[in-house]
Design a protein around this ligand. Structure first.
Ligand code: ADP
Length: 416
């Protein structure tokens, strides 16, 4: 029987979660949207949606449709996955989607556990840290779509919901599974359905997973999945042995996140790179694409980098002149057009940086499911997929994930 049915609010997050489920021993498949049929021999499935930054009502409708399908397939535990930096606005979509899923399952409480200590995301006193820095000082305060201007998740979640929000504190988690379960149940009895969990270590992730075993729905980043292995003892799985890669290598980066900026700066010293400027796209989309393709054509023999120009003054100007959503969509559409044309040509290994960016590109390439392979860096596995243009090695990287040298180091893991 299938065990864990997951709904991820973006595609890189879905891959990150699938990667951790595999590490926990679950035989896992990631699908892009609700699949037609349940693949054979899977313990966990991750349905990746692109619902992070759309209208809350649409995100709710898509998530409920995914839940309905998962329930119909007999899954017993449900997991709503969002970013470990809690990417959302005061309107949602994390709170509204979680509440809708909770009510659809007839549940009265769920937990919010974004932490993933291995990637530096911890939560203490309800405040989310990226490394040693509060979320709202980590660069996330200037995210183009979901600026995180408050690190206090209990407060942030309260903006998104009419229901009460509360905290499962680190001290209680440290006291063990029973103490944490008792605390959750006392909060439930007291009418507090939405509970943010502190998390300081991977060991605490396991305690949280165990303490919330009575909840049919849990929500969080991918870290909590590491704790679920201890709960279900799945039949041990290994990352798929992906075929060796042949063909050109390309990085498409649409993320403006701090870590992606560092990766771009490092890669620019080692490979040819081109920046895409949203205002020239707005002025003449086709001409800008053609110019970049002409630049890429003679260079396809070695890894290439094409990235959005994310200097703060450029982002600000583009958003001011075009609007936040339109500017973001324009950049995504441009990178997707480049992906389509270059994969049709020779590219067979593709790294995409950015959750929204990955969503648009993967949809454009007609990809429906991903096999999870070996990990490049925590949260970023190589995957293998069928695209409109044939088989493709693909790494979908959330903006803030991966070491600074990831763009130069990743290829060795799949090359002949
Ligand atoms: P992350 O994983 O870092 O959140 P995303 O791809 O999810 O990255 O989000 C970044 C968003 O910012 C995308 O919609 C992208 O198109 C948009 N974007 C990137 N560069 C610019 C820019 N120069 N101006 C405006 N928006 C931009």
């Amino acid at each position: 029987m299938p065990i864990i049915g997951c709904i991820a609010d973006d595609f890189t997050g879905g891959t990150d979660l699938a990667n951790n489920l595999v590490k926990s021993g679950f035989r896992t498949v990631q699908t892009i949207g609700v699949p037609d049929t349940l693949p054979e021999d899977v313990d966990a499935i991750v349905i990746a949606l692109k619902s992070r930054s759309i209208a809350a009502e649409t995100a709710i409708a898509q998530s409920l449709a995914a839940l309905d399908w998962l329930e119909g397939q007999g899954f017993e535990k449900f997991y709503f996955k969002y970013c470990s930096t809690f990417d959302s606005t005061p309107q949602g979509n994390i709170g509204p989607v979680a509440e809708a899923l909770m009510h659809a399952l007839g549940e009265t409480q769920t937990v919010f556990c974004p932490a993933f200590p291995a990637t530096g995301r911890t939560v203490y006193q309800g405040h989310l840290f990226v490394g040693d820095t509060l979320l709202n000082e980590s660069g996330m305060q200037s995210h183009p779509l979901n600026p995180m201007t408050d690190a206090n998740l209990v407060r942030w979640l309260a903006h998104q919901s009419e229901a009460r929000t509360g905290l499962l504190p680190a001290e209680v988690i440290e006291a063990g599974e029973q103490a944490a379960t008792d605390h959750l149940q006392a909060m439930n009895a007291d009418g507090c359905p939405l509970v943010v969990t502190d998390t300081l270590s991977d060991a605490q992730l396991t305690t949280i997973a165990r303490a919330s075993r009575h909840l049919r729905l849990v929500t969080g980043g991918s870290g909590l999945a590491l704790g679920l292995g201890a709960l279900y003892e799945p039949p041990a799985s290994a990352p798929a042995d992906l075929p060796k890669a042949h063909g050109g290598a390309l990085i498409l980066a649409g993320s403006a996140s701090q870590r992606t900026r560092e990766q771009i700066a490092h890669a620019r010293e080692h490979m040819p790179a081109q920046a895409v400027d949203p205002l020239s796209l707005a002025k003449d989309f086709e001409h800008t694409i053609e110019r970049i393709l002409a630049w890429a054509a003679p260079r396809l023999g070695a890894p290439l980098l094409i990235h959005s120009d994310t200097r703060p003054e450029i982002v600000e100007q583009a958003q001011h002149e075009l609007g936040v959503t339109a500017a973001g969509e324009l950049v995504e559409r441009a990178l997707a057009a480049l992906a389509e044309r270059l994969v049709a040509r020779d590219i067979a290994r593709l790294i995409i940086a950015g959750g929204e960016t990955s969503g648009t590109i993967v949809n454009t390439l007609g990809i429906h499911s991903l096999r999870i392979g070996g990990e490049i860096d925590p949260g970023v596995p190589w995957t293998f997929a069928d695209s409109n243009h044939g088989p493709l090695h693909l790494a979908l990287k959330s903006g803030n994930f991966g070491a600074p040298d990831m763009f130069t180091r990743a290829w060795d893991l799949i090359n002949d």
